[in-house]
Design a binder for this molecule. Sequence first.
Ligand code: 9D3
Length: 424
Amino acid sequence: MLKFTVITLFPQMFASSLGHSILKKAQEKSLISVRLVDLRDYTIDRHRTTDDSPYGGGHGMVMKAEPLVAAIEEIRKNTRTARVILLSPKGKGFTQKDAARLACETEIVLVCGRYEGIDARIDFFIDEELSIGDYTLSGGEPAATVVIDAVSRLIPGVLGNENSAAEESFSDGLLEYPQYTRPEEFRGMKVPEVLLSGDHDRIKRWRREMSLRVTRERRPDLLAKASLTGEERVRVFHARAPVFVALLHYPVYDKNGQVVTTAVTNMDIHDIARSGKTYGITRYFVVTPVKALQKLALKIIDHWEAGYGSRYNVTRKEALALVRIRDTLDDVVIEIEREYGEKPTVVVTSARSRALRTSFAELREMLEKETRPFLILLGTGWGLTQEVFSQADYVLESIQGPTDYNHLAVRSAAAIIFDRLLGH
Ligand code: 9D3
């Protein structure tokens, strides 16, 4: 039996929530009890006041400490083990973990505040302070109701089926899979075929998959803490479009608008590889038709991959493993298509602002929703040529700082683009 005692100015507010359904049954079965203590009964003055104006001035009223402490001490006299909890907007956020912890107590005292706050000296008479979320309530009563409900459900016998609580959301840290009941078709919407299949193994896998997807979509913060298998962890984080990057050294413009081949640089290879590795880029193509420059690029990579550098700096080796040197953009597109069975969606970037740009947010959303491969093209020199632009499916908006100086190194632009499209 878990005893709740609620100290409140409005005991009537609890009648409805405690008088129905699960909490009503839990009390009838003596699995929990709820005693409502009217704070007004612990006032000491003729007017039975519970609030007063704040020292130091300011609007609103402050809840007096004396009646609250009188009520708490009276309760503590009878039960030394009672855990006294103040519901307050500045408390620690109440979670399922707290509910599980509190379900092991024998007596919980919930103190509900009203007005703009409570005299700070109450702190010495309470064990902990809980909030139920980042929004403003009119008082602690709805929060106390929430705590009683969430805690009671975890007490053995309160729910009809012992497993229902465990099966629900948050138990394994994931959101719930979608549920359906009769009819099989409603307003043209059919129940997923798998649920009618009778194949319980398949149903279980489908539900797990849907839980993972909905959690990734709506509460990616939960995934980090959820209990996933290693395989699930990999799958759920790759259930997005694979993103390829190509750094084009040809065809690009020089500063006079001539189509040229630029030189391959050590730093562009290294730095974009490291940013790419950090943001989960699938592969980084360095495109140049010049054999001598290809050789140079390979030498740089080989030094860090297999040569002395591989022992000197292991993390750099991991990043450089993403790099491939290719002759032309067409070779890159064909290679991705061969591997993924689908032509990549080509996205070009440019420092110049133009009409009809796809925003970072739009592309980010596409990358999250889709599974077809994307190829992001980065230009060297004075930018990608018109010919490359005409091959593209999307033109990404340019990066704009607060000044009119706009001369980012391509590796800096790459890092910013990766963060905007793929950063947490
Ligand atoms: C001056 C700023 N306000 C804090 C946000 C004052 C204030 C507003 C509302 C002080 C107390 C309240 C009443 N709220 C609660 O007692 C409360 C609460 C909440 O407002 N949000 C989330 N959880 C809780 S638990 C208790």
